[in-house]
Ligand binder design. Structure first.
Ligand SMILES: [Cu+2]
Length: 163
């Protein structure tokens, strides 16, 4: 059931995006993360802060007509952690367009995205102020374009430039 919903969302995203960019494929493979990641829900007290600098991106919306990443464009250094925060109008998530990222970027993001629903696709943030960190450690320089699956029709997209 969930898979069906996900597939529908992806199909919808593909239509909404037209020929511009293809979203990350969301086939539900048995995703075993390359590195074991602690479950944030049960491990909150021990959640370590990222080693590098952290840049925050707010996920906002009014629930009906608009939704956005704020900022929608940012430039970071490799090694930075981008922290996505569910501020309003959720659920939100962050997924990257597979064909928008530099060579080697997908491998780096696979390591940097804990609890991914599938490659390049972060989990849905449903709770107020819920956070999701993406480590750009080892991420090749270049432009990474992403979107929010529930709100791609509202053009909820983000461009992250890694220096
Ligand atoms: Cu959203």
């Amino acid at each position: 059931m969930r898979l069906t919903l996900l597939t529908t969302l992806v199909a919808f995203s593909a239509i909404a995006c037209g020929s511009e960019k293809k979203p990350a494929t969301a086939q539900a493979e048995a995703a075993t993360p390359a590195t074991p990641s602690p479950a944030p829900a049960t491990n909150a007290a021990a959640a370590a802060e990222p080693a590098g600098s952290v840049v925050e991106v707010k996920m906002t919306g009014d629930g009906t007509t608009k939704a956005a990443f704020e900022p929608a464009t940012l430039t970071i250094k490799a090694g930075t952690t981008v922290r996505f925060i569910n501020v309003s109008g959720g659920p939100h998530n962050i997924a990257f367009f597979a064909d928008s990222i530099p060579k080697g970027g997908a491998v780096a993001l696979k390591k940097g995205m804990a609890n991914a629903m599938s490659d390049l696709t972060g989990p849905f943030l449903t709770q107020p102020n819920e956070k999701y960190d993406i480590s750009f450690a080892g991420a090749p320089a270049g432009t990474y374009k992403g979107y929010c699956m529930p709100h791609v029709a509202f053009n909820m997209k983000i461009t992250i430039k890694v220096q």
